[in-house]
Design a protein around this ligand. Structure first.
Ligand code: THU
Length: 149
């Protein structure tokens, strides 16, 4: 797998250490690569009102947007796994973004005019699955449907 993939999965694993997931005990980390080479990360933030929980990818993309760089998104790495007794993510099976996160990533993809690469890994191991956002969310509804480019 590419250096880009390896770098983003490593950053996502680091981010997952900060997951707030006391309800599901499933830690997720996400790392977004921007066109200047910088990486912005996020981790899932669960809430006592379960439905208000935020996914790692959404947290990362929101952080990118908050710094005014939604148009600079190139790729995203995602990892996740059940937490052990010490709170560390476990497992090597790649985790793919949920449906809502695919839509959130699509906002960045369309604003940046890139078919964003999505690298999916587990908490451990060398297996990284590579997708494009358009493969994960074909024929997406997005900004252009509302006249935004
Ligand atoms: N989760 C993510 O952070 N990203 C995904 O794409 C799938 C699910 C989180 C939400 C929740 O905190 C936990 O994983 C279990 O669903």
């Amino acid at each position: 797998m590419s250096d880009e993939a390896t770098r983003l999965i490593a950053a996502a694993r680091e981010a997952a250490r900060n997951a707030h997931a006391p309800y599901s005990h499933f830690a997720v980390g996400a790392a977004v690569l921007l066109s200047d080479g910088s990486v912005v990360t996020g981790a899932n933030v669960e809430n006592a009102s379960y439905g208000l929980s935020l996914c790692a990818e959404t947290v990362a993309i929101a952080s990118v947007s908050a710094s005014g760089r939604l148009r600079d998104v190139v790729a995203i790495g995602v990892i996740g796994g059940m937490m052990d007794a010490d709170g560390a993510a476990t497992g090597s099976e790649p985790v793919r973004p949920c449906g809502r996160c695919r839509q959130v990533i699509n906002e960045a993809a369309q604003m940046s005019r890139r078919d964003v690469a999505v690298y999916c890994g587990g908490a451990h191991g060398d297996t990284i699955a590579r997708y494009t956002l358009s493969a994960l969310l074909p024929d997406a509804f997005g900004p252009s449907d509302l006249g935004i480019d």
